[in-house]
Write a protein of this length. Structure first.
Length: 273
């Protein structure tokens, strides 16, 4: 095994040391883009984002926010092949969550990854879901409660607008710079959903983040999977290949993107019912 980091996923121990989460491969062959393990559509909406059901994006009476989050705790969902534990965010994640965004309209892209309740939400809870196996990997699941389904729908609309905005292709949240923001096809789950991807610097690495946020009534469920990309190691690997090396390299899997496992999304939404 190569000791340098290439364009693939960084070893889980490195990710844990940085206080980050790694891409979750899952055993279901699906991901948060609504694609199956072979890249087929798997029922994803033909538009970039799944659209709200109903003219007002809601209509259900809002339940008490803290109780809704307690009932939806993934630790009680009996999720097979995964271990569920409280989320332990890094100091940088916590500091960035409390900082302003520039442009301000891009704030929802980071707020719905944050270990604190975003503006408008009344409560939150976070979990880390780790896939069992020889090479454990994890995804984060955050629940954000709002007073009414209409409030949650407005928050998701702001997120969708930011994900599709060219202004938010690059933005800052405090000291953290985000780049490469791209709206992705969202799964047809819950009342409506948004998916997007972005990248951010972590020391010499680029942390790549895949995000799916699903609204179910007055609750937003946010799922994120990450991996780390090392541009310097990739450059060295490509220089070696240009010099005549023809053997296999982990850089051949350079474009492996993080994926949110469909099994985690489904278990969380089932717990919220």
């Amino acid at each position: 095994m190569r000791t340098v980091v290439t364009r693939g996923v960084v070893a889980a121990s490195v990710v844990a040391a940085l206080g980050l989460t790694a891409a979750c491969g899952g055993g279901d062959g699906g991901d948060g883009d609504g694609r199956d393990g072979n890249g087929r559509d798997g029922g994803t909406s033909s538009t970039a984002q799944a659209k709200p059901r109903g003219s007002d994006g809601g209509g259900d009476a809002a339940g008490p926010a803290p109780e809704a989050l307690t009932a939806g705790d993934l630790a009680k969902a009996g999720l097979k092949h995964y271990t569920v534990s409280p989320r332990k965010p890094s100091a940088q994640d916590t500091a960035s969550a409390k900082a302003p965004a520039s442009p301000a309209a891009c704030a929802p892209l980071a707020d719905l990854l944050a270990p604190v309740a975003p503006p408008g939400a009344t409560a939150r809870t976070g979990r880390e879901v780790t896939a069992k196996g020889a090479y454990p990997s994890a995804t984060t699941a955050e629940l954000y409660a709002y007073d009414t389904p209409a409030d949650a729908a407005r928050a998701l609309k702001s997120l969708r607008t930011a994900a599709e905005s060219e202004r938010c292709a690059t933005f800052r949240k405090g000291e953290r710079r985000h780049s490469g923001t791209t709206a992705r096809p969202a799964p047809d789950k819950g009342d409506e959903a948004v998916s997007y991807r972005l990248g951010r610097r972590v020391d010499r690495y680029v942390q790549r983040v895949a995000v799916t946020v699903v609204r179910q009534g007055s609750t937003l469920a946010s799922f994120s999977a990450t991996n780390l990309y090392d541009p310097e190691s990739v450059a060295r690997s490509e220089e070696s290949r240009d010099g005549g090396y023809e053997g296999p390299s982990s850089a051949d899997k350079a474009d492996a993107e993080p994926k949110v496992p469909a099994a985690v999304i489904d278990a969380q939404l089932a717990a919220l019912k």
